[in-house]
Design a binder for this molecule. Structure first.
Ligand SMILES: [Zn+2]
Length: 439
């Protein structure tokens, strides 16, 4: 395949813009070669976006009924919303959620999802359901199961087992587009034993732990109430912090915790819209530094919107923040995914890199070059201009439609599944799990 006539952004950090045709051979960018040509004149070709933290299981939650008293803090948001939804999930709704979330990701130009899955009443095999659904769409994904003690010891053990089972499958079958991590919910719903079991599983499989950390102050209060350690210190003591570990949010990490995270070279997934939506506080982005990637925490997978919102939120506090900040964060998201796939060139469009790319139908009204591209990203581009999407050399979106499955049928089936899910949800009360140290 040759993508002809486009302006090509070959790298986001540093920005590099060129005007050469893109050649794709054997799923990778190549210097020459490729067969069929696709006319991309007047278009921008950019690396596929990576969402570094999401929850596909919440894809059918949009607009769901809510009859309980409104939550007034983060713990109640979990107890009254997300820990009811996750218990209502069964295999069919897990599949429908993954298909809907994956479809919307691809249509918005996101080619890799780093997902954190929870379904306490359908744990065993759940990651296969997600992986197979995403595989049918042709999207790349790094999956894990959200191990937690909040639903009892049996489910905590089943969570660890599901992570191990899926990692064994990934190792033996060489799924081309799926990799695994070990998922854990958050310090405040993990006993020392369960945290140790998660860490051991991650070490055994040579993968990272993917865990919410210091998302809300309640996580810190809980850790302190357990044995006088803050969240990152507790994770560090458990051997859970290393260069493969992914911490979601990190909003309430203090200086000493950030020092521990930096010393371990762990990553932080920043989720700006989710943080705002849940009123949990502001991530200390300058202190967190360079290993910050961007996730949506389940608010879709549109990284144009997420990165732009994160940027404006940052600029509200710091007018000096550079316009290339969102691009640096997205490049870091790609590095994170690249580490999981053993593909250090994921996220750049240079010979040898996986051909994960997006064709944007964008009639630029001002020049596009190395110095101006960040301005186009923040003030001009959006998911609306996504025309075609390629993952590992396969077209998965062509002319704004999914290329691999019937998009209308997928949406229609999801609608029926959402109605059944919402009915089950209606019969599930607030979760009774409480963090130590108060909400
Ligand atoms: Zn999350």
């Amino acid at each position: 395949m040759i993508l002809a006539g486009a302006t090509v952004v070959t790298s986001l950090d540093p920005v590099r813009v060129s005007r050469e045709d893109v050649h794709v051979v054997g799923g990778r960018i190549a210097a020459t070669g490729g067969g069929t040509s696709r006319d991309c004149s007047g278009c921008l070709v950019v690396p596929g976006n990576v969402c570094a933290h999401t929850h596909l299981y919440s894809a059918l939650a949009r607009g769901m009924p809510y009859a309980l008293a409104p939550p007034t803090n983060f713990t109640q948001i979990l107890q009254r919303i997300w820990w009811r939804l996750d218990r209502a999930l069964d295999e069919d709704s897990i599949r429908a959620s993954a298909l809907v979330g994956g479809m919307e990701a691809l249509l918005s130009g996101t080619t890799t999802l780093v997902d954190h899955h929870a379904s306490p009443n359908a744990i065993d095999g759940s990651l296969d359901v997600v992986a197979d659904a995403l595989g049918s769409l042709g999207i790349r994904a790094v999956l894990c199961y959200e191990t937690s003690d909040r639903d009892g010891l049996d489910r905590a053990r089943a969570g660890v087992a599901e992570n191990r089972r899926f990692l064994n499958r990934v190792r033996s079958e060489e799924l081309p587009l799926a990799r695994g991590m070990v998922g854990a919910h958050a310090s405040f719903t993990l006993s020392d034993d369960t945290l140790a079991a998660c860490t051991e599983a991650a070490h055994d499989h040579g993968v990272g732990l993917h865990i919410h950390a210091a998302e809300d102050a309640a996580d810190e209060r809980d850790a302190m109430a357990r044995d006088g350690l803050r969240v990152a210190a507790r994770l560090d003591r458990a051997g859970a912090l290393d260069e493969r570990t992914l911490l979601a949010h990190g909003v309430h990490l203090d200086d000493e915790e950030i020092r521990l995270v930096h010393a371990a070279h762990s990553s932080i997934a920043h989720n700006a819209r989710s943080n705002m939506n849940n009123s949990i506080g502001r991530a200390r982005l300058h202190a967190l530094g360079g290993r910050v990637s961007l996730g949506t925490d389940g608010i879709g997978s549109d990284m144009f919107e997420e990165s732009r919102t994160a940027f404006f939120r940052l600029r509200e506090d710091d007018g000096g923040a550079g316009g290339d900040w969102p691009l640096q964060r997205l490049a870091e998201s790609a590095h994170l995914a690249g580490r999981a796939f053993g593909e250090p060139l994921l996220g750049v469009l240079q010979p040898g890199a996986p051909a994960d790319l997006v064709v944007l139908d964008y009639a630029a009204p001002t020049p596009v070059h190395d110095q101006s591209f960040a301005g186009h990203w923040v003030f001009g581009l959006s998911a609306r201009v996504v025309r075609d999407v390629m993952v590992a050399g396969q077209w998965v979106v062509v002319d704004r439609r999914l290329a691999t499955v019937d998009q209308q049928q997928l949406a229609a089936e999801a609608l029926g599944e959402a109605e059944r899910l919402w009915q089950r949800l209606d019969e599930i009360g607030p979760h009774e799990f409480e963090p130590k140290g108060g909400r």
